[in-house]
Design a protein around this ligand. Structure first.
Ligand code: AMP
Length: 173
């Protein structure tokens, strides 16, 4: 496959948000319409092939990719948000970080029983966030038909946290 436009636009920012982390800044991709369109199109193609009936986007960069994918497929876009952001009845899942924990939440009525959900985020690192989002979908009675990421940091072995699920990553480091 030819190199994606996004590949040359992703910016490495060393020591952000803390020393030792090489942050993959996708802002230049979002500022380049053709690059963003290409990435959205490829993930939408995968979501369609997996039979997605809903797209779950993980706050906040997962929203940027997830909403246009949902529109392309004509299916609902569902938000997985950080703790305390969702106003209505919700369920929560905690996951481990290097230091401490984080929590993601979804509205209790956002996934229907048996619905096939495709989970989208900008980047797969350790896989903790995506795995927690999958647990939320399953607790609501849905099924995760796949995960889509623009970027995968393969050395962090996030795929092992998502074992058994189909995973699409457009750019690997
Ligand atoms: P994880 O749960 O470890 O897979 O982390 C994934 C989430 O953290 C995604 O929402 C990413 O946007 C963000 N993230 C983790 N590591 C990085 C990184 N090196 N560069 C940019 N974003 C990152």
């Amino acid at each position: 496959m030819p190199e994606l436009i996004a590949q040359s636009l992703i910016r490495d920012v060393p020591d952000f948000p803390k020393p030792g982390i090489l942050f993959k800044d996708i802002a230049p991709v979002l500022e380049h319409p053709a690059a963003l369109q290409e990435a959205v199109d490829l993930l939408a193609e995968d979501a369609r092939a997996k039979g997605a009936e809903a797209i779950v986007g993980i706050e906040s960069r997962g929203f940027v990719f997830g909403a246009p994918i949902a529109l392309q497929l004509g299916v609902p876009f569902v938000m997985a948000r950080k703790l305390g952001k969702l106003p209505y009845d919700r369920i929560s899942e905690e996951y481990a970080l290097e230091y401490g924990t984080n929590t993601v939440e979804m509205h209790s009525d956002s996934i229907k029983t048996g619905q096939l959900a495709y989970v989208v985020d900008d980047l797969l690192a350790t896989g903790g966030t995506a795995a927690a989002a999958a647990r939320l979908v399953e607790r609501l009675g849905g099924k995760v038909c796949g995960f889509g990421f623009m970027v995968e940091l393969t050395f962090l072995e996030g795929r092992s946290a998502l074992r058994g699920y189909p995973i699409k990553a457009l750019i690997e480091y």
